[in-house]
Design a protein around this ligand. Structure first.
Ligand code: HSE
Length: 305
C-alpha cells in the first residue's frame, strides 16, 4: 500500500462560548487529500485546486505537519501529497486544519497506524502554528476525532470527546478572507475576572447541555463576552445574520473560528433550511459573494476512500 486517499472535513471552532478549546466537525465542505510514500526524504506538495497555496513544505500547513510525522517516525523516505481543496483558505471553517489533519491521518495509515489520534493532533497542530502563530487544537482535534471535542489542555495535549444530541448546522461563508493571525492580533490580552467567570460558566453549561440534549440550555449558553465583541466588526452584516437566524428558529450561533464564516445550530433540517433562506436574504442585500452549507455534526471526522 503506497497511497492513501482521505476526505478531511471543515470544522467549526470556538462554538461561541469556548474560544480556543471547543469545536466540532461538519460533513461538508471537505478537502480531498492523497498521500503517497516516495523514496526521497522530505515532503513534496502538488496542488490540484485554484488556491495557489505554497508548495514549499516549510510554508505549507500540510507540509510542516507531514514533516513532523516523518521526524517522529525516524523515516528514511518521504511523502508526496496531492491536495484538492474545496475549503477556501481564510474561511473560518478550518481550512488549514483540514489540510494538515487529512495529511497526517493518511500518512499514519501508510505507517500502519503507529501513531495515536492524540499524536496526530499534535502533528497537525504544527500546521495551525504556522497558519496562525499559535498552537490551538479546537479545529484539528474535532477534524481527527469527529463530533464535538473539548481541548482541556494543549501542552500536554488532553482532548475530551463530548456526547451530543442530533443537531443541524447552517453555515454562511462570505467570500472575503480573514487571516487567523490578524483576527487573533485584535483580541484583548487580559479580561476582567467578572468576564472570565461569565464565560467559563457558559462553557460549562454548554457542555452539560450537549450531554443532556437540552436545547434550551444550549441556547442560553451560546454567548461570547470575550472574542465576539472584538471580532464582529470584521464580518459584514454579522448582527443582521444573527438576528435573522434566531428569528428563523436557530438555537444559537455566531462567528465560526476566526471568521468570516458564521454558523447557526438548529434542532431539525427544516429549521436549518429556513435559517439558510434568511441568511441568503441578508447577504443578497450586500455586494459580497457568499456560499451556504447545511450539514449535520460529523461524528466520524476524516473518511478513508
Ligand atoms: N480558536 C481559533 C481562533 C480558531 O479563533 O483564533 C481559528 O483557527
Amino acid at each position: 500500500m503506497n497511497e492513501i486517499r482521505v476526505l478531511a472535513p471543515a470544522t467549526v471552532s470556538n462554538v461561541v462560548c469556548g474560544f480556543d478549546c471547543l469545536g466540532f466537525a461538519l460533513k461538508e465542505p471537505y478537502d480531498e487529500i492523497c498521500v503517497r510514500k516516495i523514496p526521497k526524504r522530505g515532503v513534496r506538495i502538488i496542488n490540484r485546486d485554484e488556491f495557489d497555496l505554497p508548495t514549499d513544505p516549510e510554508k505549507n500547513v500540510a507540509g510542516v505537519a507531514l514533516q513532523a510525522v516523518l521526524d517522529a517516525a525516524g523515516a528514511d523516505f518521504g511523502f508526496e501529497i496531492e491536495m484538492t481543496k474545496h475549503i477556501k483558505p481564510g474561511s473560518g471553517i478550518g481550512s488549514s486544519s483540514a489540510s494538515s489533519c487529512g495529511a497526517v491521518v493518511a500518512a499514519n495509515r501508510l505507517l500502519d497506524g503507529r501513531f495515536s489520534k492524540l499524536d496526530l493532533v499534535n502533528f497537525a497542530m504544527e500546521g495551525e502554528k504556522l497558519a496562525s502563530g499559535a498552537k490551538h487544537a479546537d479545529n484539528v482535534a474535532p477534524c481527527i476525532f469527529g463530533g464535538f471535542v473539548l481541548v482541556r489542555s494543549v501542552d500536554p495535549l488532553d482532548v475530551v470527546p463530548l456526547n451530543f444530541p442530533p443537531l443541524f448546522v447552517t453555515v454562511i461563508h462570505p467570500q472575503i478572507e480573514i487571516k487567523t493571525a490578524d483576527a487573533r492580533a485584535i483580541l484583548p490580552t487580559e479580561i476582567p475576572l467578572k468576564t472570565a467567570v461569565r464565560q467559563w460558566s457558559h462553557l460549562g453549561a454548554f457542555v452539560a447541555a450537549l450531554a443532556q440534549g437540552d436545547y434550551q440550555l444550549l441556547a442560553r449558553s451560546m454567548e461570547d463576552f470575550v472574542v465576539e465583541p472584538a471580532r464582529k466588526s470584521l464580518i459584514p452584516e454579522f448582527e443582521a445574520v444573527k438576528v435573522a437566524s434566531t428569528g428563523a428558529g436557530a438555537i444559537g450561533g455566531g462567528i465560526s473560528g476566526s471568521g468570516p464564516s458564521m454558523f447557526m445550530l438548529s434542532e431539525n433540517e427544516e429549521t436549518a433550511q429556513n435559517i439558510e433562506k434568511f441568511m441568503h436574504h441578508v447577504y443578497s442585500r450586500t455586494s459580497i459573494e457568499f456560499k451556504t452549507y447545511i450539514s449535520t455534526v460529523n461524528a466520524k471526522g476524516i473518511v478513508f476512500l
